[in-house]
Design a protein around this ligand. Sequence first.
Ligand SMILES: Nc1ncnc2c1ncn2[C@@H]1O[C@H](COP(=O)(O)OP(=O)(O)OP(=O)(O)O)[C@@H](O)[C@H]1O
Ligand SMILES: [Zn+2]
Length: 518
Amino acid sequence: MKKKIVFVLLTISLILSSFLICNKYFYFIPFKSFTSGDIFFVCTITLGLLIYYIKLDRNPQLVPAAINSEKNKDDNLKNNKPDVSFDDVAGLEEIKEELHEIIDFINNSQKYKKMGATIPKGILFYGPPGTGKTLLAKAVAGETNSSFYYASGSEFVEKYVGVGAKRIRSLFEKAKKNAPSIIFIDEIDAIGSKRNAESNNEKDQTLNQLLVEMDGFNKNSTIVVIGATNRLDLLDEALLRPGRFDRHMFVGNPNVKAREDILRVHTKNKPLDASVKIEEIAKKTHGFSGAQLANIANEAAIIAVRNNKEKIDINDFDAAVERVVAGLEVKNPTVLLKEKKMVAYHEAGHALIGKLLKVDMIQKISIVPRGHALGYVIKFPDEDRYLHTKEELLHKIMVLLGGRVAEEIIFNEITTGAKDDLKKATEIAEQMICDFGMSSLGNISIKEQYVKYNIDKIENEIKKIIDECYKETSNLMENNKEILVDVASFLLEKEIITGEELDEIFNKHNNPIKTATV
Ligand SMILES: Nc1ncnc2c1ncn2[C@@H]1O[C@H](COP(=O)(O)OP(=O)(O)OP(=O)(O)O)[C@@H](O)[C@H]1O
Ligand SMILES: [Zn+2]
């Protein structure tokens, strides 16, 4: 507002001073009586207004644009009472159990207040993306008939000092007005990451404001703030202190039972053919997040519609899983014959080592290009595993190296196709050294901040592990070269090979030699 008034005054004085100058030097009529002193006076005022206007422009709280954008962002905060209950959240039983207490606090807050108990203010959900953190927060709001305010941490990150803090303030004001409320702040690490000497002032102010708000509320109104992050380790200690986000709940990827439940929730309203066995799909989707499973159910329905089917059958689900794993099938790919051969051997290399070392169950190998991949192996572990031995990790690395080793053994040439394999293999080796104490550096864990001081030693160790695995993989593959050739030839001809067909090829060769000594 202030800026607008200044702008109008500035415009008037600019017009007036231009008019007076023109009047003096070009002698328009009728204001010949103005003196140079008058002109100087008006010009000085104009200049003063101009300087004031420019200064105002640099002050963020008063910039119309900033206020405007804030308004828009506030409008994005969904002020509603979500129609989501715990029945919509599959799996995550322990978390739901813990949240029941919070729900009771909100639903019967007077009972607790009478006893002098304070209601928990902040809950932190952490874990990988797509695991249902937002869904859980909405369900808490749904179960307590609370207003739900969604905000993403990145919305508060602004260039101008004070804008983020102001936004936090207005978010809490709204929540208080409509209490009971659940405020959900996704990606809270965007504002709540550890403060250090290089921190920027704006982020610190925003975080401080959040802390102040959290310390101040709940005397009379019932508000629970739920934060979500993929990285708990990045958060500032101040945020995790008692009275703030002091309840931490890990929301992880679902196990086989939970995957089954999630698939059931998302196929509830879909017509399924008798061929669809949800528990089988759950077994084949190890490592998938809830969001990916929801996506699979939806994709399967879309594929069934495209094929003019009345019901969704197992083929639609298989195609949907494949699409989520490997991306869209590339129609009419222009892959050269030599490239195709390379890809066939590369994928056969992964499959051969995988089967020999019994790492995961191979469901399908394909050299039909999808997404960025020219070929791929779809596999799933026998069971959900939480512990891995050193040997198992080394075997995983060997399977990843299997593609490149096959290229080298057959073509005496290596390709760029192993890029992702090498990245994953290196990551496993690095974890073995820095997290699991499984290298010659000893039974130690190397914290992230100390990695840079030990980088040479770590790189040496990584190289040692990868080189050894590579050598073992080469030996294993040389010893079973015939199986490799058979699998690759089958792939070249048919482009796709199923788990059963792979078993048949293996069964033809009586004694695969499994001399991996790592
Ligand atoms: N446990 C679950 N039960 C049912 N559906 C789920 C579950 N987990 C995820 N989903 C589905 O996945 C979608 C995305 O999940 P959500 O947005 O809650 O994940 P998130 O953990 O908040 O992800 P991000 O960290 O990326 O924000 C949900 O809308 C829901 O359809
Ligand atoms: Zn590969």
